[in-house]
Design a protein around this ligand. Structure first.
Ligand code: GMT
Length: 385
């Protein structure tokens, strides 16, 4: 199949999933066109079978804001005409489902036949935080509904979509995935020693440090763990709430035990030296960061929100607590860091969950079959949405 994958390139779960899917589909023999404003950081420079198309949005003094939806639609139209696309796969509904819908309408109206089919994948904040805002809900709900196929990364996100947006179409749940041949603990040289002194546990967090990640809760939980266990908090990634988190660490007297290491291309190496992963988010439709930690045998303590209970069974493959139960999260952290047998058991169970349910070779064929279903409806002569 000829597939255009539309995504945000900035560091964030939806861009990572879209890029990994593009690479896996190319490896399975499909012709993949990745369309984004910048080259996604996980794509690499020379990815066999994946052609990168940059969306350039010109600025004009009359406009205060860049007209990204229009330049993206135009890029999709050009591409569809040049290569006869079968599928436009829009990751993150805002505004990608709308740009794909607009492109398809233009193609249909200018005689392209057949027009490509649109598959939209809902990732989380495109529904839970931004999409359901009254400023966007009706338009984005309409464009999701007019996609030829819609997927969500968890049952919880599927339910949130029906609750928050005027969407009636059937939504298929296809969970996130990892390349299990790459995501495991790796040799890291002296990284552990560079991050923390001897006999100190490493507590880790990886995110884009937006309010939804609750960086204040992260630092609070770490400070409570730190009262009982010698530990260093390693903060991987960057974003608007990082300075606030570092300021709170100073206020709580743990600044010397906190290291912010910035954005890292190779998160796997950092996870390979971690003893615990904290994810006290306000909401999390799936929690790809938790999955990456579990793949590297790092026990996760997270909020009992969104899709996380679909990934983690509390007390078996990690620990889940209500978002405001910071004492509970800290107690689980202290228990894991003080009991080697418990740590080993939870780490192994988490890794087993990833290997049993979330490897690319299990999930990518679900997307392939979904594309085929969507295309077969076209071949059966069903009307365009
Ligand atoms: O919240 C982020 O870190 C980024 C965001 C995105 O779309 O880039 O992540 C969402 O999509 C990920 C991939 O499907 C999910 O694993 C995350 O749980 C989800 N984030 C939230 O729901 C807050």
């Amino acid at each position: 199949m000829k597939i255009a994958v539309i995504c945000y390139a900035s560091i964030g779960g939806s861009g990572i999933v879209a890029t990994e899917l593009a690479k896996c589909l190319a490896a399975r023999g499909h012709e993949i066109h990745l369309v984004s404003r910048e080259q996604p950081f996980r794509l690499g420079d020379d990815q066999p079978g994946v052609v990168f198309h940059r969306v350039i949005t010109p600025s004009y003094p009359l406009f205060r804001e860049p007209q990204y939806v229009l330049s993206l639609s135009t890029k999709i139209i050009e591409l569809a005409r040049a290569v006869d696309l079968d599928i436009i796969h829009a990751h993150y509904a805002i505004p990608h489902a709308a740009a794909a819908y607009l492109a398809r309408q233009v193609l249909a109206g200018t005689g392209q036949s057949p027009v490509p089919r649109i598959v939209t994948t809902l990732h989380g904040t495109d529904i839970t935080l931004v999409g359901s805002d009254p400023s966007y809900a009706e338009t984005i709900g309409f464009c999701i509904d007019r996609s030829d196929g819609v997927t969500a990364v968890s049952e919880s996100l599927k339910a949130d979509t029906y609750k928050g947006l005027p969407v009636r179409t059937d939504i298929r749940v296809i969970p996130n995935f990892l390349d299990c041949s790459l995501h495991h603990r790796v040799e890291t040289g002296d990284l552990r020693a560079r991050l923390a002194g001897p006999n100190r546990a490493i507590v880790m967090h990886v995110s884009n440090y937006r309010p939804v990640k609750r960086i204040d809760a992260l630092v609070e939980v770490f400070a409570r763990i730190r009262k009982s266990v010698p530990a260093t908090l390693v903060m991987v990634g960057d974003g608007p709430d990082l300075p606030h988190g570092l300021a709170l660490a100073r206020d709580l007297g743990v600044a010397d035990d906190v290291k912010a290491v910035g954005e890292q291309g190779d998160v796997r190496s950092f996870l390979s030296v971690a003893d615990l992963f904290l994810l006290p988010s306000a909401t999390e439709s799936f929690g790809l960061a938790a999955l990456e930690a579990m793949a590297c045998a790092v026990p996760v303590i997270a909020s009992h929100v969104g899709g996380l209970p679909e990934v983690i069974e509390s007390g078996v493959s990690g620990y889940l607590h209500p978002p405001d139960d910071l004492d509970g999260m800290a107690a689980s952290g202290v228990a894991l860091l003080s009991d080697d047998e418990l740590h080993r058991r939870i780490a192994a169970a988490g890794q087993q969950v990833v290997r049993g349910r979330y490897c690319a070779d299990r999930i990518v064929p679900l997307y392939e079959r979904f594309y085929e279903e969507v295309l077969s409806r076209r071949q059966a002569g069903l009307p365009e949405a």
